[in-house]
Design a protein around this ligand. Structure first.
Ligand code: GLU
Length: 256
């Protein structure tokens, strides 16, 4: 299976922005194992800004763009250093790809991206993609990595997009405030009713929330990719999701 795994900042880092070592070690182990089992894995990883914030001890996500971009430049190194080190333990090679909206919109650049990605997969590497935050200004920003994950999935025809964050899945209402809220396991069609369940709010260091995840699910499923939104707190959940077990919320691909 060709699988895109999107990891949110809340899954990778503590509230301080510093790396959640136990979690990330476990993630790299499980992802290596899934790759050893014959799956092609592409990762879309957030966490650059969060880790920059942690490394610079800024305390919170900066409000101004230049500091955000500086934090991303610093955090992206930390992120790739960590992935390189941890995946090397399982004999896997990582590759960094940084993209902006312009790269996707321009057919030649997008084609170059696709060719590189395919070649990396043929070579057995694990491509790790993030938005190129240091040059992404308002006009060329994708904005959130949930959408980036969906764009990547449709560009390469992935079978499955897994979006891991700190939410268990899509609930009928906000589970923090409504005790009658129940999780929806399967969504065949993203109706206005489903969209109304999304609420708002991302985490303090990340960007998305349920809104961007549903938007991503819409793009990916339209492009033929099943999409699962699940909680990344226990990385072993990936085994169940790949097996097709009932984990998180699964949005079924539109198949024509
Ligand atoms: N590109 C941002 C980062 O690496 C994250 C965007 C997002 O959380 O969706 O920090």
């Amino acid at each position: 299976m060709k699988i895109v795994i999107k990891l949110g900042t809340s899954t990778l880092a503590h509230q301080t922005g510093r790396l959640n070592i136990r979690r990330v070690e476990e993630l790299c182990k499980v992802i290596s194992d899934l790759k050893n089992a014959g799956n092609e894995i592409i990762m879309v990883s957030s966490g650059a800004i969060g880790m920059g914030v942690g490394k610079l001890s800024l305390g919170e996500k900066p409000a101004d763009i230049p500091t955000k971009q500086a934090a991303a430049a610093i955090g992206q190194c930390e992120l790739m250093y960590t992935y390189d080190k941890l995946f090397s333990e399982y004999n896997h090679t990582v590759a960094q790809i940084l993209l902006t909206d312009e790269d996707i919109a321009d057919s030649e650049r997008c084609n170059n991206f696709k060719n590189t990605l395919c070649r990396l997969l043929e070579l057995g590497a694990i491509p790790i993609i993030n938005e190129n935050d240091t040059i992404a200004t308002d006009e060329i920003v994708i904005g959130d990595n949930d959408t980036l994950g969906a764009i990547v999935s449709t560009t390469i025809g992935a079978d499955l997009l897994i979006i891991l964050s700190d939410i268990d899945g899509l609930f009928t209402a906000d589970p923090h405030t409504d005790k009658n809220a129940v999780m929806i396991h399967t969504v065949k069609d993203i109706t206005p009713e489903i969209e109304a369940m999304t609420g708002g709010a991302g985490t303090s260091l990340g960007t998305g929330g349920m809104v961007t995840k549903i938007k991503a699910a819409r793009i990916a499923t339209k492009g033929g990719t099943d999409t699962v939104i699940a909680n990344g707190k226990d990385p072993k959940i990936l085994y169940g999701i790949v097996k097709g077990e009932d984990k998180g919320t699964k949005f079924l691909a539109v198949r024509n």
